[in-house]
Design a protein around this ligand. Sequence first.
Ligand code: GLY
Length: 402
Amino acid sequence: MTLSRRDFMSGLALGAAATTAAGARAVPEIEAAQPLRAPRRPLIVAAGNGFPYLEEAYGFLRDGGDSLEAALRVVRGPEDDPEDDSVGLGGLPNEEGVVELDACCMHGPTRRAGAVGGVRNIRSVARLAREVMLHTAHVMLVGEGAERFAVARGFQRENLLTDASRRTWLLWKEAHSDWWGPGLADPAWRERFRGSPRTDGGSPPAARLRALAAGLGIPPAQQDAAIDRVLRPPTGTVHCSALAANGDVSGCTTTSGLAWKLPGRLGDSPIIGAGCYCDPDVGSAGATGSGEENIKIVGAHTILENMRRGMTPLEAGMDVLRRIAHHYGGAQERLQFLDITYYVLRKDGAYAGVSMWTGYEPGRPHTIAVHDGSRRLEKTTSLFEGASAYWPPTVAPGRDQT
Ligand code: GLY
C-alpha cells in the first residue's frame, strides 16, 4: 500500500480528532477571523489551547481582577493538563528525555517583567516568572538557579514527564537513532533496514513507526498522535494577553518548547520582547510557533512598536510576518518549514490573530481564542495559504511512504 504524505498526515489528524472526542473535550466551531470587530473591554486573547480556560479568567477580570492574574489563570490550564504535550506537565521533553520549561510575563500596570528558562521539575513556570518579577531584583532566572528559587518560593518539585510523553520520546529515539531500538542480535533486526536512513534517504515510513510504537507499548488509539509528534516536532505553547475594563493590560507565555530540543535550548517564550511583550501605553502581544525565527525578529516587541506608530493589530502582525519572510527572500520553498502565530491586543480592545500559514495541516487552521463577553475560537489571518511543514523534514514533502 502506498500512502502520500498528505494522506498519511490526514490520517494522523483524524486519529487525533477521534482521541479528542473520546476524551470528551468540547471542540468549538471555529469562526472566521474578526479583526474589524468593534473593540470591547474587558477582553482576553489567547492561543487556541487556552480556550477552555477563558470563561473563569474572564469572570475574574470582569469582576475587577488583575490583568496579569487573569492571563495566568488561562495558561495555568494547559500547564496542569497532562494531555497538552506542549506546556507544563506532560510537555514533550528534550533529546535526553528531560522536560525543560520556559515562560515569561509582563504586568502592564506596574511596567514589570519576569522570565524563567530551561526549568526542570517545576510545573507552573508562568507563575514562577511572576515570582521572579515580584520577589527578585532580576528579570530572568534559568536552569538550576530558577528551580532552586522555585522551591524557595514554595513550588513543589515533581516529575513532569508523563508515561505518554516518555513513550513518545522513546519512539523518537528509536526512529532517529542508530543505537536505540533492536540490535543485530534481536530477532527483529531486519526492522532496522526497513526504511532506515541508509536505504531510503531518511524518511521513516509509517509502517516502521507503527511497529516501533506498538513495540513500545503505545496504545493503538495513541499511536497516530505519537507518530505525528515524532515526524513533526511541535513548538506548541500557550500565550495569553488580558485587557481589563479600566485599560490595564498584561500578558504571559509558557511552553515546554520545541520537542526533542538540545538540552539547554531556549526558545522565544521566555524572551521578553519575543514570546511576549506588553506596554501599557499600547497593548500586549505574544507568539507561538518557530521560536528561533521569532527571537530574530523580536516579534512581540516589533508588533507593539508597529501599533505605537499607528498600525492596526492586523497590520502590525502581518508586517512582522512579512519581515520574517523577507529574511528568506520570500522563498516559500524554505518558508514552508517555519510557522509562527501572533496574538495581538491593542489597548482599546482591538485585536488580531495572524500566522505565517493557514495551519499545520489541511483542515486544522491556526486559531486565536477570544473572550470579550462571548467566548470563541477564530481562524487567524495568514500570510500564506496552505499548511506548513516541519523542520527538520523527517518526511520529504510530497514523497510517498510505504
Ligand atoms: N515557541 C516555542 C518555542 O519555540 O520554544
